[in-house]
Design a protein around this ligand. Structure first.
Ligand SMILES: Nc1ncnc2c1ncn2[C@@H]1O[C@H](COP(=O)(O)OP(=O)(O)OP(=O)(O)O)[C@@H](O)[C@H]1O
Ligand SMILES: [Mg+2]
Length: 298
């Protein structure tokens, strides 16, 4: 297991896993690891929130335990649940004469417990990275339950007692801002806002994922992406879309992004009917003109 000794350490460690962090990402990750505080990562879709948790786990050489949140997620899926089937089998297998008390003591033991991600994370002997992904999809009750786990690092199970943490996980919570999280949760976390990267860093990221794409074409692609992001769209293209677009250009054997290539591949970066019209009109025209930064490659 690795313990970071400086911000620079974290920065280079993350880079070595293929994740290129911005300045605040390395800083906040370092502080979180040192202070033992959770990180709340917010930002638009596809800017590397989930990937950051994976990269940190890889760099710190820890297991990643992931809790994917969704509407209606409950404690049974997040904390633990009893293995009813196994309990039933035990009851049936129990000798005829056994009293209820004995059976009950028996079937509510650790052997019949199914540990879900939160319990797994604190029960682990080695510290893990715990990713609580898309926390904004759950409701406030769930958030309250989570607060308890994250502040006390213990889980109390009525039939079994309190299970205390064996190790402190590094916790990352991600949110797409579909609802405002409670103040109580925010207070306990370090905050990291991830935004779209600048041109140079995005170039580096896409280069890392799609090294086969020629440099000039790559730069043109990123410049167009940034131009499209500047338009007032419902859903601006993310880093994930830049990467997909680069891969698509390779597959199609495109050696330039001209009007026709752009039109054919537009739906890879723009995914709303109304956005398509806006982009086709505003960017398409510039490509057709073939001047300035968007002039022909090569
Ligand atoms: N800094 C980065 N370095 C390397 N790759 C990155 C970086 N940021 C994003 N990516 C890449 O962008 C893609 C999308 O990232 P990710 O899935 O983490 O987005 P997200 O913010 O979790 O989005 P969503 O809110 O939709 O879940 C991934 O393929 C990831 O590898
Ligand atoms: Mg994600």
């Amino acid at each position: 297991m690795t313990a970071p000794s400086s911000v620079e350490d974290v920065r280079s460690g993350l880079r070595s896993t293929g994740y290129l962090p911005g300045q605040s990402t390395a800083l906040v990750s370092y502080l979180a690891a040192k202070l033992g505080k959770p990180i709340l990562v917010e930002g638009p879709a596809g800017v590397g929130k989930t990937e950051l948790a994976k990269a940190l786990a890889q760099y710190l050489d820890r297991t990643l335990v992931r809790l994917q949140c969704y509407e209606g997620l409950d404690e049974a899926k997040a904390l633990y649940e009893w293995n009813y089937r196994k309990q039933l089998l035990r009851i049936q297998a129990e000798a005829e004469g056994a009293g209820w008390q004995e059976v009950q003591d028996d079937i509510f033991g650790p052997e019949f417990l199914l540990a879900r991600p939160l319990l797994q994370a604190i029960e682990s002997a080695e510290p893990v990275v715990l990713l609580i992904d898309e926390i904004d999809k759950t409701d406030q009750e769930f958030e309250a339950m989570l607060l308890e786990v994250l502040s006390d690092f213990q889980i109390s199970i009525p039939e079994l007692g309190v299970i205390e943490a064996q190790s402190r996980p590094l916790v990352l919570l991600t949110s797409n801002n579909t609802r405002e999280l409670t103040e109580a949760l925010k207070r306990r976390c370090l905050y990291l806002w991830l935004d779209y990267p600048d041109i140079e860093r995005e170039l580096e990221i896409v280069r890392l994922h799609v090294p086969e794409l020629p440099e000039t074409l790559m730069r043109k692609l990123i410049e167009i992406i940034h131009m499209v992001r500047g338009l007032d769209l419902k859903k601006p293209p993310s880093i994930a879309e830049s990467i997909d677009w680069a891969r698509a250009l390779i597959l199609l054997g495109a050696d330039d992004i001209d009007q026709s290539v752009f039109e054919r591949t537009l739906s890879i970066i723009v995914k709303h009917r109304t956005d398509l019209d806006v982009v086709a009109e505003r960017v398409g025209v510039k490509l057709g003109g073939g001047s300035g930064i968007l002039g022909r490659v090569g």
